[in-house]
Design a protein around this ligand. Sequence first.
Ligand SMILES: C[S@@+](CC[C@H](N)C(=O)[O-])C[C@H]1O[C@@H](n2cnc3c(N)ncnc32)[C@H](O)[C@@H]1O
Length: 246
Amino acid sequence: MSIFRELTEGLPRQGPGSAETTLRALGLTRGIPPRPRILDVGCGPGAQTIELARATGGRIVAVDIRQRFLDELTERASAAGVLAQVTTVNTSMFDMDFADASFDLIWSEGAIYIAGFAAGLGAWRRFLKPGGWIAVSELTWLVPDPPAEAAAYWARSYPGMGSIERNCQIVAEAGYVDPDGFVLPVDDWWSYYGPAERRVAELREKYAGDREVLATLDEADREPDLFRAYSDAYGYVFYVMRKPAA
Ligand SMILES: C[S@@+](CC[C@H](N)C(=O)[O-])C[C@H]1O[C@@H](n2cnc3c(N)ncnc32)[C@H](O)[C@@H]1O
């Protein structure tokens, strides 16, 4: 098994978030029909997919390129009693070929960065019905002059990271209206980093003496350490908006 797989397998989330945050973002949408059709892009093991299924009673197409995450989602959806509402699709977000105007809601937690914020919002728009909503969480600078260490780390790891102002501009340029949103609470990061850090600690024991693996584990520990130091400077922001009705 690869070390990346060992680092991520079976963790509850693959990015910052919580049930409360998913429901808060859902609450910013208006006029979603009963039992909506939802597309969840980069669903991972599906914590948010299950929450959306429960809250909306809708049918969710959950897309990811890692089959093991889709399998974890299937198991969790089954345990939660919402499996009949969830269809998993193993495809890349770059290759989605769903019909135009076929979804009432597009959801993506911690995954639009893979396409790029502007490119993802632009490319996925056609899948929305007129008046349909899109909600995405995106790593965002919260201050105009971030500390040098944080700026240098994210310049390497996510050079496309924008400010709230810049991202709101992108939302408008992509043709969406009624934008709303909020910064995710710091606790949402620890629901992700907490289990991830415990996994790193277990793997340090398992691979004690393997310098190559230990270097990878050191790198995995950097992100939470950076967030501990600079959580005022950057955060995840939920952006919620809709395609115009006509
Ligand atoms: C940071 S994780 C977020 C997962 C989940 N939404 C969550 O919050 O737990 C990003 C997800 O995007 C998936 N992913 C990576 N590249 C992808 C692609 N090209 N198309 C679809 N999904 C992709 C990864 O497998 C991973 O599950």
